[in-house]
Design a protein around this ligand. Sequence first.
Ligand code: PEP
Ligand code: MN
Length: 333
Amino acid sequence: MIAILKHGTTAEQAKPLIAWLQNMNLDVHISEGQEVTILGLIGDTSRVDAELLSSLEIVESVKRVSEPFKQANRKFHPQDTVIEVGNAKIGGGHFAMIAGPCSVESEEQIIEVAEAVKAAGADILRGGAFKPRTSPYAFQGMKDKGIQLLLKAKQATGLPIVTEIMNIRALDLFADVDIIQVGARNMQNFDLLQELGKTNKPILLKRGLANTLQELLMSAEYIMSEGNENVILCERGIRTFETYTRNTLDLSAVSVIHDLSHLPVIVDPSHATGKAKLVPPMALAATAAGADGIMVEVHNNPACALCDGAQSLTPAQFSELNAKVSKLREAMV
Ligand code: PEP
Ligand code: MN
C-alpha cells in the first residue's frame, strides 16, 4: 500500500502519521520526490483502513500495491534510481558501458584489456575472479588473486570495477570492489542476496537462466528489504528452445522493468548470444530499447581466452561498437 502525501507536506507534519503506521507493525519507506512524498507501507496492510488514511489532512491518495515486489516497485519510488560509482552513473538517463574479460587470467592480460577498454571509452571494467562454471574441471577463476589483479587494473586506469561473488564467505575480499555482481546461477540464492542487502555496495543482479521478470524483481527485493537499495538489474538472455544462440536475449525486459521498477537495467549481449559477431547488433538494439548500460566481454586474444572466447570482442571491435553506441545515444535525444 502507498500513501501519497499532499504537495508541500513537511517532514514534521508527516511524523505523527509515520509513527502511527509504524505502530501497526508496518515498515514505512519514505520516497521524497520533487513533487510529492510517497509513504510505502510494507507488512500486513490488511488492518489499515484505507478510507480513514485517505481522509487525513496531509494525505492526497491511498493505493493498494498488488505486486509482491514493493521497494523495487516504481509505485513506491516514481523517480529512476541512479547508481554512481567513480565517475560512472547508471540509470535516470545516465548510461554506462561496462567492458572487460570474462575472467581475469594474469596481470598482463587484465591490465592490457583494462587500458584498451578505457582508451575506447568504457566507463567500468568487468572481470571474473570467481567463475561459476558448468564443469568442475573447467578453469574456476583466479579467486582472491584475481580480485587483487582487478584492483591493480582499477589503480592503473581509474576505472571502477565489477566482479562476481559466489559465496558470502568471500565478502571481505570485495571491500574495494565498486559493484558486486550476482551471476545468473545465483539469482535465487536468497541467503546470498540477504547478506548483500546488509552491505552498501551497488549490486549487479543478473537474471537467472530460466527466471521470470517478476522473479528477478523479487530477488532485487531480497537485497533491498535488508536496506541496500543500490541494485542494478541485468538481462543476459534466457533459456528457450533456440539453440543457435547461447541464450535468447529478451529485450522486452528493458521496457518491462522500466515500467514496473525504478531500478536501472543493463543488457549483457555477450552471454545472451554466445557469439562475438552477434554482440554489436544486440548491444545497439539494447541501447535503442532504452537500456541504462551495456556489459560486454572483451579479450586481448579471444582465441586463447580461458573462458568465453567465442563471445569476446577484441579491443578494436569494442572500440568500434562503443563509438556506434555513443552515436546512437546522441541520435536518441
Ligand atoms: C559473467 O558475467 O561472468 C557471467 C558468468 O554471466 P552469467 O551469470 O550471466 O552467466
Ligand atoms: Mn563469461
